[in-house]
Design a protein around this ligand. Structure first.
Ligand SMILES: C[S@@+](CC[C@H](N)C(=O)[O-])C[C@H]1O[C@@H](n2cnc3c(N)ncnc32)[C@H](O)[C@@H]1O
Length: 266
């Protein structure tokens, strides 16, 4: 039998069909983007957003993720979205869109005033595509690093971060940076994302205001049965290996867990 389609043509055809599937589904279910299904799938698996959450969304136009986020957080949470483009209001008073560049100092200041604290930062931001893989990858990582710095400023302890990033050689460095502030970090690709596309999603949970590897002053105020000291630094419970009670110490954070950190005396 003659193979009518070369292998990549077959893959493309399958992708087109799948794209149409999510495109049509989005139209039918009144979502503004097919990307809405990526957030739905990611959230089903990783529970990044929960009812009542305060969500900061970076790169939100045309608003598909915002619709899904609003469905999940309900009327007791809120969603603040930022994009370079203006976004048609969703019609909920707890969903607000800001037009601007989230890497810009003035926009950052506005966010500080509007959302001093949030439970999750989600970013589907894409750089303008140049078509040169290494350039697009580097720009995507740069956007993610800005999003990470926003997350570090706004998230409450235990908060979550979701980032879209284009794969490439700088990805591992980004993952390592995220690991310094979160207890759990994972890269994944939802079904609604084309398998051949460069994008992957980074999920980070259990935000810690203390960074792994950093040194902090600490005062041990208790002891565990295993002989470790207990200290509180920036509101986080920290177990300090082998430390006795009392006195000012300098401790280095050695690992982050959900809800607490471990440290050693320097
Ligand atoms: C893939 S779209 C987001 C789609 C959205 N998740 C949805 O479901 O509707 C990526 C967006 O990132 C935005 N973007 C990229 N860089 C940005 C920046 N520095 N500041 C604000 N928005 C940015 C783009 O304008 C674009 O609208």
């Amino acid at each position: 039998m003659i193979n009518v389609y070369p292998e990549n043509m077959g893959k493309r055809w399958l992708w087109e069909r799948k794209k149409d599937y999510y495109y049509r589904k989005a139209k039918r279910e009144h979502y503004r983007s097919r990307a809405a299904y990526k957030l739905k799938q990611l959230n089903r698996r990783f529970r990044i957003l929960k009812p009542g959450f305060r969500v900061l969304e970076l790169g939100c136009a045309p608003g598909g993720w915002s619709q899904v986020a609003r469905e999940i957080v309900g009327s007791s949470g809120f969603v603040i979205g930022v994009d370079l483009h203006s976004v048609e209001p969703l019609g909920y008073e707890n969903v607000v869109f800001i037009k601007g560049d989230f890497t810009d100092g003035e926009v950052r200041q506005r966010l500080r005033e509007l959302v001093p604290e949030c439970d999750a930062v989600i970013s589907d931001a894409s750089p303008e595509i140049s078509g040169v893989w290494s350039v697009d990858h580097a720009r995507s990582v740069e956007l993610c690093e800005k999003a990470l710095s926003i997350a570090e400023e706004h998230l409450v302890p235990g908060g979550a971060l979701l980032l879209k990033v284009f794969q490439g050689e700088l990805l591992q460095g980004l993952v390592e940076k995220v690991r310094r502030s979160f207890a759990y970090v994972k890269l994944t690709k939802p079904k609604a994302s084309r398998s051949g596309s460069a994008e992957v999603y980074l999920i980070a949970k259990g935000f810690s205001p203390l960074k792994k590897g950093n040194v902090y002053p600490a005062k041990v105020v208790g002891r565990t049965g295993r002989g470790d000291g207990v200290a509180y630094i920036k509101g986080m419970k920290v177990f300090v290996k082998g430390a006795g009670e009392g006195g000012e110490l300098k401790v280095r954070i050695t690992s982050l867990k959900q809800g607490f950190a471990e440290a050693e005396v320097c």
